[in-house]
Design a protein around this ligand. Structure first.
Ligand code: C2E
Ligand code: CA
Ligand code: CA
Ligand code: CA
Length: 275
């Protein structure tokens, strides 16, 4: 048993080392990738479920690695968060997204995902205001998507950050709603304009009467509080119909479009406005 135990330990050790090596690799390559232009921002439309028209594009970062191919954000964003690279990366993403959005018609907004660490950085709110000013984007055309993980620690700082940006017109969306603590207290305390219901309520193994009732309740609350409720991860027409009937005002998902590069986003916009 002892030998077995030792082997197992060794196995874990090797696995941990491999993990660490890969992390270190991603960290140093990520710093270089920004300079080398390997990163780009893609845009996924968020659609008005009444009119079918695009209202917002969510900015989603993509990394085209010369050897590893396309790396998904789920793989490198956590490393960027652990290592602090997210500060540099996040500033770059916000600036790029704001520049692209400044070219769109003025009724369209852009949504940018924020990591908790970005909010904690000194001067974070000012940095974002500077980025949109430099891009020539009106503050109300920027939406910042945050998750509930933000409120677990440091909620005072978070509140200050959100109040400061909100006072300039920047909007906030509560992302992945339903996956964390989903406390209604957060919605009460912080200035959210939008709630994004996680895609696990729309598709997957736990879909049914219960998830439908939850979406209805959230949508009902949204309409009373004059907040938009976005259904994420819509892939089929049946799902679109269901969330529309349940009262969601906006939808996002492969049914409408995947995230696309900025020139394709511009094409989607002009196609929609031709007729
Ligand atoms: P998220 O913020 O919840 O973004 C939505 C994710 O769902 C995106 O994955 C999007 O491509 C995917 N998605 C959209 N529609 C559908 C659908 O119909 N079906 C399915 N199966 N998936 C759909 P992506 O781009 O891989 O991003 C994953 C996560 O990485 C994001 O989740 C977000 O948490 C993080 N992320 C992405 N870009 C950024 C960024 O610029 N900054 C930060 N801090 N995080 C980012
Ligand atoms: Ca998001
Ligand atoms: Ca989400
Ligand atoms: Ca997420």
């Amino acid at each position: 048993a002892k030998v077995h135990g030792r082997n197992q330990l060794q196995f874990f050790d090797q696995a941990m080392t491999r993990d660490l090596v890969r992390k270190k690799e991603i960290e140093s390559e990520l710093r270089a990738a920004i300079q080398k232009d390997e990163l780009s921002i893609f845009f996924q439309p968020i659609v008005d479920l009444k009119t079918g028209r695009i209202r917002t594009f969510e900015a989603l970062v993509r990394w085209f690695h010369p050897e590893k191919g396309e790396l998904r954000p789920d793989e490198f964003i956590p490393v960027a968060e652990e290592t602090g690279v997210i500060i540099t990366l996040g500033n770059w993403i916000t600036a790029q997204a704001a520049k692209a959005a400044a070219q769109w018609p003025k009724d369209l907004t852009v949504a940018v995902n924020l990591s908790p660490l970005q909010i904690r950085a000194p001067g974070a709110a000012l940095g974002i205001l500077n980025a949109i000013r430099d891009a020539g984007l009106e503050p109300w055309r920027l939406e910042l998507e945050v998750t509930e993980s933000l409120f677990i620690e440091d909620s005072e700082n978070t509140e200050r950050f959100m109040e400061e940006l909100s006072s300039h017109g920047v909007r906030f969306a509560l992302d992945d709603f339903g996956t964390g603590y989903s406390s209604l207290g957060y919605i009460n305390q912080f200035p959210f304009k939008k709630i994004k219901v996680d895609r696990s309520f729309v598709s997957g193994p736990n879909i049914g009467r219960k998830s439908d009732a939850i979406i209805r309740a959230v949508a009902e609350m949204g309409s009373t509080l004059e907040m938009d409720i976005v259904a994420e991860g819509l892939e089929t027409v049946e799902q679109v119909e269901a969330v529309r009937k349940a009262g969601c005002t906006l939808g996002q998902g492969y049914y409408f479009s995947r995230a696309v590069p900025d020139f394709l986003a511009a094409m989607l916009i002009s196609q929609e406005r031709e007729d």
